[in-house]
Design a protein around this ligand. Structure first.
Ligand code: KG4
Ligand code: ZN
Length: 342
């Protein structure tokens, strides 16, 4: 295989990821997660995540090098998530990446995590078309991107104004008494319910929002509507139709995500929609995207779920594209940016 050998490092949240990519070929991708340590707190504890990265980093790096059967000295460039994410977690990865790059005398590239979620699909489904739309959805982000070149030209069309889609699912999971993180549980429950039994609001789709917020999202009003419904049931002493609530809620989220993504494809003349981020696992999102995209002749690309959740491969993939584009490396005083814009 040809191309530079890029080491990718991801530590923006609770996953420590290290991967090796040559060109568009993935040689190794190893992930350690501290989610088990956070589950009992019902949310990510930043200090716990930072310490877990510190402990997991060297073993994860060693495992990746071994799996790829390469030596650190063969690495041509080091790519690392510089943001967005938790500042303490990002700092561990950026400090490690600097040390490694300096020790082997190779350039360092600071990478945007959100764009990485889109970039990883190239390792799975091959080179991207000239222009495409990408929906990045997870517990931390919900963004719609217009991509002309994954390395050099990505524009954010819109994003969530409040909760991320996965975050909304986790909150509704809590309302329904499901374990954390609630997303997958709500998804499973929704399969048993009637999506049309309860009609929940579709955020930022009303006529007054259509132009100003065409590609933005809002899930907090929906989450409040679910909370009100649950409270009203309890006040009336009625049993909660939890499966119908889950199904109606899932339908609203998937409907808005798919409608706005496909509208963006049509408006920008794109025949490809790339979906990434941990929320891509959502079954209703997948169904609705496949169904409605087919009607419009749009191809949907979603990488296998292990590449949708946070991992090193996405950072190595984007790092590889950036190196191949000839862009300048990051300065050695590269810092983290927890709110990094595109
Ligand atoms: O990308 P990810 O692993 O972590 C970050 O947020 O960075 O995304 C996980 C998020 C969580 O909020 C989780 O509850 C949600 O995605 N999620 C799901 C499903 N699988 C994961 N939400 C709904 N349906 C699913 N099947
Ligand atoms: Zn992510």
């Amino acid at each position: 295989a040809a191309g530079p050998l890029v080491l990718g490092i991801e530590t923006s949240c609770d996953e420590t990821g290290v991967a090796l990519v040559r060109g568009r070929d993935l040689l190794a991708d190893v992930t350690a997660s501290s989610m088990d340590e956070h589950a009992r707190f019902g949310g990510i504890v930043p200090e716990v995540a930072s310490r877990a990265h510190l402990e997991a980093f060297v073993p994860t790096l060693d495992a990746a090098l071994e799996r790829a059967d390469v030596d650190l000295s063969q690495v041509d460039a080091v790519a690392v998530t510089a943001g967005p994410g938790l500042v303490g977690s990002l700092t561990v990865g950026v400090a490690a990446a600097k040390s490694l790059a300096l020790s082997i005398g190779r350039p360092l590239y600071g990478i945007n995590h959100v764009i990485g979620h889109a970039a990883v699909d190239e390792l799975v489904h091959g080179a991207f078309p000239e222009r495409f739309v990408s929906l990045v959805v997870s517990g931390g982000h919900t963004s719609l991107l217009l991509v002309d070149d994954i390395a050099t030209s990505v524009r954010q069309l819109g994003q969530t104004l409040d909760d991320a889609a996965g975050e909304a699912f986790d909150k509704v999971g809590r309302l329904l008494g499901l374990p954390y993180p609630g997303g997958p549980h709500v998804d499973r429950l929704a399969r048993e319910g009637d999506p049309d039994a309860i009609r929940f609001p579709r955020g930022l789709t009303a006529a007054k929002d259509k132009h100003r917020y065409a590609y933005d999202f809002s899930f907090s009003g929906l989450k409040t509507a679910v909370a009100r419904y649950v409270e009203a049931c309890a006040a009336r002493g009625q049993a909660l139709p939890a499966a119908d609530v889950a199904a109606g809620f899932s339908e609203s989220v998937a409907d808005v995500l798919v409608t706005k993504s496909l509208n963006a494809c049509v408006a920008h003349d794109c025949d490809t929609l790339v979906i990434g981020g941990g929320f891509s696992a959502n079954s209703r999102l997948r169904e609705l995207a496949a169904e409605r995209a087919a009607e419009r002749g749009i191809t949907v690309r979603i990488p296998p779920i292990r590449y949708c959740t946070d991992n090193g491969a996405m950072i190595a993939a984007l790092g590889s594209a950036v190196v191949r584009s000839g862009a300048a490396p990051s300065p050695w005083d590269l810092s983290t940016d927890s709110g990094m814009p595109l």
